[in-house]
Write a protein that binds this ligand. Sequence first.
Ligand SMILES: CC(C)(COP(=O)(O)OP(=O)(O)OC[C@H]1O[C@@H](n2cnc3c(N)ncnc32)[C@H](O)[C@@H]1OP(=O)(O)O)[C@@H](O)C(=O)NCCC(=O)NCCS
Length: 140
Amino acid sequence: MGRVRLRAAKESDMSSIRTYIERFQLDDENMSFEQFIVAEKGSRIVGFGRIKHYESCYELACLGVLEPYRNQEIGAAIVKKLMEVFPDNEIWITTDIPKYFERFGFELAKDAPQEIKDKIKGVCHAKHRPDAVIMSLRKS
Ligand SMILES: CC(C)(COP(=O)(O)OP(=O)(O)OC[C@H]1O[C@@H](n2cnc3c(N)ncnc32)[C@H](O)[C@@H]1OP(=O)(O)O)[C@@H](O)C(=O)NCCC(=O)NCCS
């Protein structure tokens, strides 16, 4: 089956990505393929993640790994790659699994851009993630 490879998503990946995003109840707002990277094993997409654009900031979002491929550090590789190519110094995330993101240095945010706060009220609740919190990490 080969190694896991990370690459930029293509338009043709979006139908699989949309299916998994729906299954994992992740943020499906304003999606476009340019925002995603995928983890691929052979020709199969086994994970993905996204840099979501807002007017005033960016969010590391939509992290997902298919169930049979979990606990093999694929999620960690996707997070690290997105952090590396992140277009801003301040990385925002909204998540209901803060413990997972602490390992990369993310901390609970005391304040956040209004658009991120709105996401907690809007998308996270709509996706049945009432426990979602805002975290952030400053790259340098
Ligand atoms: C969260 C997710 C992306 C992790 O992917 P993964 O490839 O299995 O993660 P990794 O292999 O990098 O990390 C595994 C470690 O994270 C821990 N972990 C996995 N899910 C966790 C969770 N929900 N909460 C806390 N820790 C978690 C594992 O226990 C493991 O810990 P260890 O290294 O101490 O053994 C994957 O479980 C997933 O797709 N979940 C559903 C979608 C989701 O909730 N996405 C995040 C929304 S913000």
